[in-house]
Write a protein that binds this ligand. Structure first.
Ligand code: HEC
Ligand code: HEC
Length: 434
């Protein structure tokens, strides 16, 4: 199935399209090639403050409201040339991009195989030069299996915000930002979604300029021959894996930035506690150091690994982990990028490093109308999972009914409900750590 790029597509979420001055400070990375020139002041970020609820494509509108003119700016420079932008509209699949942000964010490459981010001969796999990785505590995506990778621009290095070593200017939020990774301009992050080993979606998240990222979602055909960029907001498909039919929802582009918001640092998985993980017999942090991926040596000892909350796609539940460690790890990875200072809903803070009494969930009154049938009056009631708004909202399947997270998930994570529920039930007060 082929879609054509509709004007409203990215237009809705590019905020304040500034100047088109070329070669916006590529932050020392040296070489994105010519392809990132012209991206100029495009601001795709800043979506953080939108606190939209679910439902339809309403989100896009609320995002565009935040910024300046939402750009009908079609022609933006780069018609031909520069690998990335060039391939877009055409059936010019012979033009292969070099896996970098498109020159014109309104004209991304529509055929995944031509982006240069995947193996042109087998677009189900990341390109050979991509660095693959795993996280300890994954995002629940309606039980999809996932694979992850990133492609750095030539010469680009990862900066690890580590407040043990760095100054307050580097980590204004203090120790709570400890370990977050910052990728250079030109980076492309890749995430692949699978059921029964068949790909349903490939997402590309691209670092445009110092302040901005943009996300693209590619929809796989059932034959696994082609993935094409999605152009409609929140398209739903019934995807036949050969053994079953899966109900799958593609997030909108605005949804990408509600979760991947500036307050959370745009990229969400890569932080030291998530990446401190043995893969193929080797710790990823050691492996990446050997590859020379960091701009400075990592602080030793490494920040403590997040535990794996339950046995699933990230492997076995971490043996011996406390109820607190299991639940807080899940909440960090699945809620903490929105429920944090400057996130999409910042009245409470579910990051793992925030002490429970400081999260503003424990015995804290709810501020939003409770979902239909939900009785909890506090966000979390120690000792009482069923009287906790957090737990109740995790038990709702549909975003339309008050589910948390309220976007990009349409199925209850039963394992997580158990892990979080048994932690809450074991709490005796807001200082206990069962
Ligand atoms: C419900 C929130 C949510 C939405 C919506 C969402 N993501 Fe993510 N995404 C995450 C989280 C959390 C992670 C890290 C955990 C993981 O990898 O399992 C992640 C990881 C990724 C990664 C790997 C790099 C990283 O930041 O960790 C890519 C690439 C990505 N997402 C792309 C996208 C794109 C493109 C869209 C929109 C089409 C999108 N995501 C929508 C929450 C979201
Ligand atoms: C994509 C961002 C996002 C993610 C991820 C997310 N939330 Fe929320 N959350 C919100 C927003 C926005 C609201 C306000 C909803 C409304 O307007 O009713 C909210 C509201 C809530 C409330 C009600 C708070 C109150 O004061 O009434 C609870 C409880 C909650 N979330 C728990 C969670 C939990 C638990 C998770 C993880 C399993 C989670 N959320 C993940 C954005 C998010």
């Amino acid at each position: 199935m082929r879609h054509s790029l509709i004007g409203s597509f990215i237009g809705l979420l590019i905020l304040g399209c500034g100047s088109t001055d070329a070669s916006s400070g590529a932050g020392g990375s040296g070489a994105t090639g010519g392809s990132s020139a012209g991206v100029g002041g495009m601001a795709a970020g800043a979506a953080g403050s939108s606190s939209s609820t679910a439902g339809g494509g309403g989100v896009a509108g609320s995002v565009s409201g935040a910024g300046g003119n939402s750009a009908g700016s079609s022609g933006a420079g780069a018609a031909g040339s520069s690998g990335a932008g060039g391939a877009s509209g055409a059936g010019g699949a012979s033009v292969v991009g070099n896996c970098s942000p498109p020159a014109d964010v309104f004209s991304p490459i529509t055929d995944l195989a031509a982006t240069g981010c995947v193996d042109p001969n087998d677009p189900t796999k990341p390109v050979a030069r991509a660095v693959t990785y795993e996280v300890n505590s994954p995002l629940w995506s309606d039980s999809a299996d996932k694979a992850r990778a990133f492609v750095l621009p030539a010469g680009g290095k990862i900066h690890v915000r580590d407040c043990i070593n760095h100054l307050a200017t580097d980590c204004p939020g203090g120790v709570q930002d400890d370990g977050r990774w910052e990728f250079p301009v030109g980076t492309v992050m890749i995430k692949i979604f699978m059921f029964d080993s068949k790909l349903v979606e490939t997402r590309l998240f691209m670092h445009l300029d110092a302040d901005d990222w943009v996300g693209y979602s590619y929809e796989w055909d059932e034959k696994q021959t082609k993935a094409t960029i999605t152009t409609s907001d929140r398209a739903e498909v019934m995807f036949n894996t050969g053994t079953r039919t899966v109900d799958w929802h593609y997030p909108s582009q605005a949804d990408c930035l509600t979760c991947h918001n500036s307050g959370a640092g745009f990229t969400l998985g890569p932080e030291t506690a998530q990446m401190n993980r043995v893969v193929g017999g080797k710790n990823q942090l050691d492996a990446f150091t050997t590859l020379g991926l960091f701009d400075a040596p990592l602080v030793m000892p490494y920040k403590k690994a997040l535990v794996t909350p339950y046995t699933g796609q990230a492997g076995a539940q971490t043996p011996g982990a406390s109820k607190t460690a299991l639940a807080r790890s899940y909440l960090h990875a699945n809620c903490g990028f929105c429920h944090r200072p400057d996130g999409a809903f910042s009245l409470f803070d579910l990051r793992n490093d925030t002490a429970l009494k400081d999260t503003n969930v424990c015995s804290a009154a709810i501020t939003k109308a409770a979902p239909t049938g939900a009785t909890a009056t506090v966000r979390m009631s120690p000792g009482h999972s069923m009287e906790s708004a957090m737990w109740q909202r995790m038990n709702i399947a549909s975003p339309d009914d008050g589910r948390m997270p309220q976007i990009a998930s349409y199925a209850v994570d039963a394992n997580a409900v158990n892990v979080v529920g048994s932690w809450i039930d074991a709490l005796t007060d807001c200082n206990s750590t069962p």
